[in-house]
Design a protein around this ligand. Structure first.
Ligand code: NAD
Length: 254
């Protein structure tokens, strides 16, 4: 049975905030059929997280790509996933002025596919890759095809340097947009965290920078204790109920 008080409390917090920023994790995309990392049956039960590190890529690129081929093929499949109601509601709420932006750890591109306009993909995305020597950009699918066809490590057509995907690996620095995302959090009045275990740094440091934060997640997180409120509910159900409550309060003038 769904908690009927939570959507009221969260809708009120959004309406009074003036500036709400959303932070999403893998849990917002599980309803699109993409497994998260840490839940039972999640990605780490199929692949070895020890491989997806920048020290492995830079130190032993042949070993990295030999072991990453299955993971890369899996990631390529993710590109055909479709946004779910959680992504669509967040896009609607941004259009209607209730949310300022979405910061996402996800690399699946589903917020942009759903129509969210201001999206910070702080762990990169599955669109591209680049040469680690000359910086020339490449297409992610092309990189995966090279690896699948045995070109290990995949090399740049221009300079022969080694190619890498545009996703953040463990040990990588985060892209520049993380600084902008941090500024968004520092300047907001409410951070709404949806579907993240908040176990990955430095993203997990964002809630502490917000004046107030709320966590909607199916599992507990280390940050629950200091949250304004938490809701252990599926992202789609929760956002549908919150959005409905906002509409009711605004007298359907949306
Ligand atoms: P995580 O796997 O650590 O945590 C996901 C959380 O979402 C879990 O606590 C789980 O209980 C919860 N959850 C699962 N389904 C849910 C639902 N329907 N509604 C609400 N909560 C739900 O993921 P994370 O915190 O995002 O970990 C960070 C890393 O995972 C990031 O680096 C990200 O790049 C990567 N990742 C991305 C994708 C993707 O792009 N879709 C998928 C898997 C992992």
């Amino acid at each position: 049975m769904m908690d009927t008080k939570k959507p009221v409390k969260i809708a009120e917090a959004i309406l009074e905030s003036g500036k709400t920023v959303v932070l999403t994790g893998a849990g917002v995309s599980t309803e699109s059929g993409i497994p998260d990392f840490r839940s039972p049956g999640g990605i780490w039960s199929k692949f070895d997280p020890g491989v997806m590190t920048s020290s492995m890529l830079y130190g032993n690129p042949v070993g990295f790509y030999k072991q990453a081929v299955a993971m890369l093929s899996f990631l390529k499949e993710i590109k055909s996933a479709k946004p779910n109601r959680a992504h669509y509601i967040l896009a609607e709420m941004e259009k209607e002025g209730y949310l300022s932006c979405v910061i996402t750890q996800n690399i699946d591109g589903l917020h942009i596919k759903a129509g969210s306009e201001k999206v910070y993909e702080v762990h990169g995305n599955l669109m591209g890759g680049y040469c680690m020597s000359c910086g020339e950009k490449t297409d992610f699918d092309l990189l995966v095809e090279k690896v699948r066809s045995g070109v290990i490590p995949p090399v740049c057509d221009s300079c022969g340097g080694i190619l890498r995907p545009d996703v953040v690996l463990f040990g990588d620095e985060l892209p520049e947009c993380f600084m902008e995302a941090t500024a968004e959090v520092e300047g907001c009045n409410l951070l709404l965290v949806i579907g993240s275990s908040l176990e990955v740094t430095p993203v997990s440091s964002l809630p502490a920078m917000a004046k107030r934060y709320i966590i909607i997640n199916r599992g507990r997180t280390y940050y629950d204790r200091r949250a304004y409120t938490t809701w252990n509910e599926k992202a789609g159900n929760a956002l549908e109920a919150i959005y409905k409550e906002i509409k009711n309060r605004m007298g359907n003038r949306l």
